[in-house]
Design a binder for this molecule. Structure first.
Ligand code: ZN
Length: 299
């Protein structure tokens, strides 16, 4: 039997899954630590170890493997780029893995994996299974996006398809790790919101406490921080809607967990969309942490 294989390469763990091709049922699911501090070659060997364990446990052999990574592979140069916390940048990850294992790999970033997993087996399949265009966003420590059309990830000529997090949004975000200024990520990521709160209140507070204070309505700095989030979320997402007009947008990550994104945030989106009404569905993801590894399998 031909099986479907996916690997999610994360900062602390590498997870792999072997699925039945039709039902998507799990045959094997295992994880190993990434141990990135031991260097790039060690990470490659950990991936090989995981594959060997999956082969031993499932009794199947992969002919190819989809893999989710923190950054993207440059499709022209073949090297990794935009990885925010690993030793992968500038490395020929795909070629090196293929040489090491003799298996062909398809790579995509974690937001793309999230988007395709929620489309094929998550909330989109449940709520709007005939959706043609789906935009998945992860708003957390970083901000990423993935565009899925007819069940397939749009990678793009440069491998940056769906990279919403680094669209320009507002100068006030300041410098981004990517080298540009005012990216979406510099305004609406969790750390950016906490930084903004501190800049106006002089006090450090975790995002979920800021959100709680906002709901109580007593902390004007929390209110200001959250209102700014909703306002900029609206501006940033409306750009995506005006270009791709997705059937649904799935929002993951810690910032995406804030319920008011779906009410007050969506009201702000309406102000900027080129239409009299807004029919786009805004949905919460269903798969949780598993989206990465299942999405990788669907690459
Ligand atoms: Zn950026």
């Amino acid at each position: 039997m031909e099986t479907v294989w996916g690997i999610d390469l994360g900062g602390s763990k590498i997870e792999g899954v072997v699925l039945q091709p039709d039902s998507g049922q799990i045959i094997s699911r295992l994880r190993v630590p990434t141990e990135g501090h031991l260097g790039y070659d060690h990470v490659l060997n950990q991936i090989r170890l995981l594959i060997d364990q999956l082969i031993a446990e499932s009794g199947y052999h992969p002919s190819n493997i989809g893999m989710g990574t923190p950054g993207t592979m440059d499709p022209i140069l073949g090297v990794m780029k935009n990885c925010n916390s690993t030793s992968l940048n500038g490395k020929n990850l795909k070629a090196d893995l293929e040489a090491l294992t003799g298996i062909s790999f398809k790579l995509s970033n974690d937001a793309n994996c999230f988007a395709v997993a929620e489309t094929r087996m998550g909330i989109i399949k449940d709520e709007i299974p005939n959706a043609s265009v789906v935009f998945g966003v992860i708003m957390g420590t970083g901000v990423g996006g993935g565009l899925v059309v007819d069940g397939k990830v749009i990678g793009g000529r440069q491998g940056i398809g769906g990279e919403w997090g680094h669209n320009f949004l507002d100068e006030s975000g300041g410098k981004c790790y990517c080298g540009k200024t005012g990216c979406v990520e510099t305004i609406i990521s969790g750390p950016a919101l906490e930084k903004y709160y501190k800049s106006i209140s002089g006090e450090s507070k975790k995002l979920k406490d800021i959100a709680a204070s906002f709901r109580e309505g007593k902390d004007t700095y929390a209110v200001q921080t959250m209102e700014r989030l909703f306002s900029f979320f609206g501006k940033a997402i409306a750009v995506v809607i005006n270009i791709t007009d997705p059937d649904a947008i799935v929002i993951g990550g810690g910032v995406g967990n804030i319920d008011e994104i779906y009410t007050l945030g969506v009201e702000e989106v309406k102000k900027h969309v080129f239409n009299h009404r807004l029919d786009t569905l805004f949905l919460k993801p269903k798969l949780g942490d598993s989206a990465g590894v299942f999405g990788a399998a669907f690459l």
